[in-house]
Design a protein around this ligand. Structure first.
Ligand code: ATP
Length: 884
């Protein structure tokens, strides 16, 4: 169907919908069944059995399996089966971990899925884009990804960027008229909007004509090429480190095997022991556990209303040293109330709080009414040049749409103006607001078909465009002294933390060309609104906490410098003499000059998104790790360039969300702080289990190596080695990943992005603990063996239990950078439970008779346990005292 050739009326008829009403629930239900979900077919999922098999693809595991098979063929059935079972259980654990990580990532995807604004049953509602059906009436505004293929029925300066589809990156102007030509390519169908393309300017309404795979995008198969999983820096580092550790572990294992053989141990026994040791000691699972820890952290962040889009952000968050945050809505409530109006050269004060509809206008304590010149017109203009509506939610008045616009509606209502007053006027054209233009205009026609332009926007933008001013005597030429007086009025409002917005008009004739650049000049200045937007309560505390965590908070706003300064001081974001830099000043600076001063700046005011990019770069050049927030379409480049791009869950556009690595579900600055805190904790926990796992592995290798060097028999048999690996590495390591932070994470300085995994003494801790664990295990073995030279299984059982116990005690040591004594071991009940369950499993393999031949164990006496416990606790207690 060539929808572009049809008139809107025909499209409506064909799809059984009207633009003013939208679809009914029944129609939606039927069409959902008929067309399915509106999504490009998801990539083929890797089947579960393949993920399971992948757990065994590791080279050493394959060798182990082969060696076990040989052992089985040679008649060592029990050993062979035991090893197989252990390897299988290990595989299952890996599989479940991977599934868990996958699930939490899927949940994340769902949470950050794009939304669409649709008209159904005459009501606009926000729904997940995947639920959009053919015939839906959708509204799109700049920053949106178009949710489906639509036929445009209304365009307000609508422009889209379709490079994903056509390769053309220049924006395309869209309009609603039918095009009566045949065989047009997508790029020439300028009354159509295509799924997944981007709205770069303006806004519009369209009727959905194709969804999911029936869209133009759906037909381009190449776009659905599998996206590869990207490793986080830490995962990459660990994967690289893993390669080195593999070589080291293999060399040491080979040494153990050679020494054993030289001393007359059978080659086959040594080979199996060597391979088992290699499997146990090679930390091949480390990157996977890191992924699990990161995704568990991600879930905790969701509970704190932060959605992480890229796992790498979890790590980077802990390094953030500067947060550049928007003011409106992020630091403030975005709940605007007009408190003052400057008109006819005088300040009027408005009573009433929040979105209450009751309130009055006062001039010098005298109530003013509609006889007060120009006020009623100004308030009416504010209503006409507006995109919001007043609604009732849960019995209270609320604003739907832009809060700045909403405040103007409430202000008008306080003066008795309602929608009825606006009805005689028709909006002919609109020039939408954006943060670069800092203004919005509409062309209005009254009942006598007289046209005029209403412009509202930042006063400093409107004043230079005004030639006239309205006062009690009517329209006057704007003189220099009047201009000065208006500027002073604006400053005095801004100093009181009021957000200022001016209104101006211009009479038009029917012949006037409706181009914004020509229209928005020679205006008649009417007046200025001053509105408050109270700070969010939690922000002041969050800024303070960030400061003590070595993180500087910087406010970036499109608002007036004085307004921004007043709010920043109120929030304790900057000292009274702190510096504010304005966008216009940045324009006059070279990048180097900006870098030179940037450390002293707390507030950037009247900036455009382009400045944001320069600010990010300047901070980065000073060695900072920058978190940058944004909501509008133009913020995407700065968000991308920053180290942690932060977008807004409620007010953010699709484009910024896609560019960001963190989404704030509640748009709240305090949530960034919470995410940083969580990010720091997760990183510390990852360090904890790296330390635990590697120290354990060092201990395991060393006990074997020392024994061979001392010409002793093998202190552990292959199943024992594999069992240690399985039981001590599994649950306790995971439980460390869920540990609480040690001390107050937000009292420390941010970590350097370049910091290596083993820095801050971690490498030393791993080696020193590993060596002592190896030694005590060997001592346990030697003491028992020397006393009972004929009872090797007994000595091995003692060595085995000592090794396990030493690791299970050492795991508590890993919770602290200082010493085991500095933390309460019962703080982390997961860990206590994990350790208890590992101990329980240990007792089973030692005492349960059917398992004794499998694990080559014998029952132990209380005296043995005293030795085992004493030696097992030694490494941890020793380092607990040395505190190093
Ligand atoms: P932040 O970047 O902290 O969110 P902001 O919301 O104040 O700051 P913008 O939305 O870019 O920044 O607004 C900048 C200025 O544009 C405002 O101070 C105001 O004067 C003007 N303005 C804001 N909203 C509108 C609107 N809907 N119509 C016309 N002008 C507006």
């Amino acid at each position: 169907m060539n929808w572009y050739q049809l008139d809107v009326k025909d499209v409506e008829k064909k799809l059984h919908v009207t633009v003013n009403r939208g679809l009914t629930d029944k129609q939606v239900e039927k069409r959902q069944k008929q067309y399915g979900v509106n999504a490009l077919e998801a990539q083929k999922k890797v089947p579960k059995w393949l993920i399971f098999l992948k757990q065994f693809q590791d080279f050493m595991v394959l060798i182990l399996l082969a060696a076990t098979l040989v052992a089985g063929l040679l008649g060592e059935y029990i050993d062979a089966i035991a090893i197989m079972v252990i390897v299988l259980v290990n595989g299952f654990i890996g599989f479940f971990q991977e599934q868990k990580a996958e699930k939490s990532l899927d949940k994340l995807k769902e949470l950050s899925a794009p939304m669409a604004y649709v008209l159904r049953n005459k009501k606009w509602e926000r729904i997940p884009s995947k639920d959009v059906v053919v015939g839906d009436v959708v509204r799109i505004t700049s920053g949106d990804r178009i949710p489906a293929d639509i036929r445009i029925v209304k365009s307000d300066s609508l422009e889209t960027e379709e490079s994903a589809l056509t390769g053309e990156s220049l924006p395309v102007m869209k309009h609603a008229a039918a095009i009566h030509r045949d065989h047009l390519d997508a790029q020439d169908q300028i009354n159509m909007g295509f799924m997944s393309t981007l709205v770069t300017r303006g806004s519009g309404i369209g009727i959905v004509v194709g969804t999911g795979m029936q869209t133009v995008m759906g037909q381009i198969a190449s776009l659905m090429a599998n996206t590869k999983k990207v490793m986080t820096p830490l995962e990459r580092k660990l994967a690289e480190l893993g390669k080195i550790l593999i070589v080291v572990a293999l060399l040491l294992t080979a040494l153990v095997v050679v020494l054993g053989v030289v001393q007359g141990q059978p080659l086959y026994t040594m080979f199996l022991a060597g391979v088992s040791l290699a499997v146990a000691a090679i930390p091949e699972g480390l990157p996977a556990i890191v992924t699990v820890a990161l995704s568990l952290g991600v879930q905790r962040m969701i509970r704190k209303k932060a959605i992480v889009r890229k796992l790498s952000a979890v790590e980077t968050l802990g390094c953030a040293s500067v947060i550049c945050s928007d003011k409106t809505g992020t630091m403030t409530q975005n709940k605007m109330t007009v408190k003052e109006v400057f008109i006819n050269g005088k300040h009027l004060y408005v009573t009433g709080d929040g979105y209450e509809l009751n309130g009055d206008y006062f001039l010098d304590k005298q109530k003013v009414d509609h006889r007060y010149s120009n006020l009623e017109s100004m308030l009416l203009y504010g209503m006409l040049c507006n995109h919001a509506s007043i609604v009732v939610k849960k019995g209270k008045h609320a604003i739907e749409g832009n809060p700045t616009d909403g405040a103007l509606l409430i202000a008008a209502r306080k003066f008795g103006l309602t929608i009825v007053n606006a009805e005689p006027y028709k909006i002919i054209k609109e020039f939408p607001f954006d943060s670069v233009r800092k203004r919005m205009s509409v062309v209005v026609e009254d009942v006598n078909q007289r046209r005029f332009l209403i412009t509202k926007g930042a006063p400093e933008i409107l004043l230079p465009r005004s030639t006239y001013v309205m006062d009690e005597q009517g329209r006057q030429l704007l003189k220099a002294n009047q201009q000065k007086m208006i500027e002073q009025a604006i400053n005095s409002m801004a100093e009181k933390a009021l957000r200022t917005l001016a209104i101006a008009i211009k009479p038009l004739t029917k012949q006037d060309d409706l181009q914004s650049s020509i229209l928005e000049k020679d205006l008649t200045f009417i007046g200025v609104y001053g509105m408050i937007d109270p700070p969010r309560k939690e922000v002041k505390g969050a800024i303070k906490e960030c400061r003590s965590a070595g993180i500087k908070t910087v406010m970036i706003t499109g608002d007036h410098a004085k307004t921004a300064r007043a709010i920043a001081i109120n929030l304790d974001l900057m000292p009274e003499d702190g510096q504010v830099l304005e966008g216009s000043q940045i324009n006059n600076m070279s990048q180097q000059e900006l870098e030179d001063v940037i450390e002293n700046i707390y507030v950037f005011a009247r900036v455009t998104p382009e400045h944001k990019l320069r600010i990010v770069h300047a901070f980065q050049e000073q060695g900072h790790v920058v978190a940058m927030t944004g909501d509008g379409v133009n913020d995407a480049p700065a968000i991308k360039a920053s180290n942690i791009g932060v977008s807004m869950g409620i007010s953010g556009t699709d484009v910024t969300k896609e560019a960001s690595s963190l989404i704030l579900m509640d748009d709240n600055f305090a949530t960034i702080k919470a995410a940083i805190e969580e990010g720091r904790t997760i990183y510390e926990n990852i360090r904890k289990f790296i330390r635990y796992l590697l120290a354990s592995n060092v201990g395991e290798i060393l006990v074997m190596l020392f024994a061979m060097l001392l010409s002793l028999p093998l202190p552990l048999v292959p199943v024992q080695i594999l069992w240690v690996n399985l039981v001590t590495d599994g649950l306790p390591a995971m439980a460390l990943g869920m540990d609480k932070a040690e001390g107050e994470v937000m009292k420390k300085r941010p970590r350097s992005l370049k910091e290596g995994v083993f820095s801050r003494g971690l490498g030393y801790k791993i080696i020193s603990r590993g060596i002592v664990i190896g030694i005590v295990t060997l001592v346990a073995f030697m003491v028992t063996y020397q006393a009972n030279p004929d009872h090797l299984a007994y000595a091995r059982t003692v060595a085995f239990t000592t090794l396990v116990l030493a690791q299970l005690i050492h795991v508590f040591d890993c919770r602290s950078e200082q010493s085991i004594f500095s933390r309460n071991p019962f703080e982390n009940m997961y860990l206590v439970l994990a350790v208890l369950s590992s101990l329980f499993l240990l007792l089973i393999v030692v005492y349960w008779q059917p398992l004794q031949p499998v694990f080559h164990t014998v029952s132990l006496s209380l005296r043995d346990w005293m030795l085992i416990f004493g030696l097992g606790a030694l490494p941890t207690v020793l380092f607990g005292f040395t505190k190093k």
